[in-house]
Design a protein around this ligand. Structure first.
Ligand code: F6R
Length: 245
């Protein structure tokens, strides 16, 4: 895994936006896996700006959601598909049906996960997967203890994740306890991966992901085995890396 350390959260977003823009220019029909979370928002803003300046087009890309809360309506501002539409896809020239969602309101989440995996397979897989990282080392909603051979499936959210996501809800009790997430093996099949992390709250997870053993306790550590993975982190998130302390 390549690691790029920059000074600030703004620079993380800038570096990521320049890489994604370059990638899409070189691969205009690429399939892109979209993550949510606060860390992605700066990137989505800069990609929107690049589109408005005529520097990039997303007209021929396909998009795949990384994960989704269970039981949250797609129209809710907490729905991940709502976030990627309202923060990014609605502002660029993405084709109307180019986003492949995970339906967290499906009555059978296992069947929904299999439907999504089938579409992913039929379309040839993800070319570029965007990722954040949880304070507990999760990627997507693959919480500690997730198996390396996990595929898209319904998952239970870890207490750390519920606490981290509580500010986005009116009360912590409203945070869903379950979700549907691409699995670790699904994520590892993406041809390239761009993970962003900012702030001291991510420093421990970043150190474990990069310097630690590959272990289910830090699901993101599996990315050490991906030759096309790059982590872009700010100096706060990098502060516990062996090369920095
Ligand atoms: C969201 C997701 C999560 C977040 C992670 C970081 O689609 O899959 O893994 O990327 O929890 O979230 P932020 O950026 O809010 O710290």
């Amino acid at each position: 895994m390549d690691v790029v350390v920059v000074e600030s959260a703004q620079e993380v977003a800038r570096e990521a936006a320049s890489r994604v823009t370059d990638f899409v220019r070189r691969h205009p029909t690429a399939s892109i896996g979209l993550a949510t979370g606060g860390t992605q928002l700066g990137l989505y803003r800069l990609l929107t700006d690049a589109y408005r300046r005529g520097q990039v087009s997303f007209a021929d890309n396909r998009f795949f959601m990384l994960d989704e809360y269970a039981g949250i309506l797609p129209t809710s501002t907490n729905s991940f598909q709502h976030v990627v539409r309202s923060e990014f896809l609605d502002h660029v020239d993405a084709a109307p049906h180019s986003l492949h969602v995970l339906d967290g309101t499906a009555s059978d989440l296992h069947a929904e996960a299999q439907r999504f995996e089938q579409i992913l397979r039929d379309s040839g897989g993800v070319d570029l997967q965007l990722l954040g990282i949880g304070t507990n080392g999760h990627v997507g909603f693959n919480e500690p203890g997730s198996f390396p051979n996990s595929r898209t499936r319904p998952v239970r959210l870890h207490d750390d994740t519920i606490a981290s996501n509580a500010p986005y809800f009116s009360s912590p009790a409203d945070v869903p306890r379950a979700a549907i997430s691409q699995g670790l093996e699904t994520i590892m099949e993406a041809r390239s991966i761009l993970l962003m992390a900012t702030g001291t709250t991510k420093a421990k997870a970043i150190a474990e992901m990069i310097d630690g053993q590959i272990t289910a306790e830090c699901p993101a550590s599996i990315l050490q085995g991906h030759s096309g993975a790059t982590a872009i982190v700010d100096s706060a998130a990098a502060s516990l890396l062996a090369s920095r302390v």
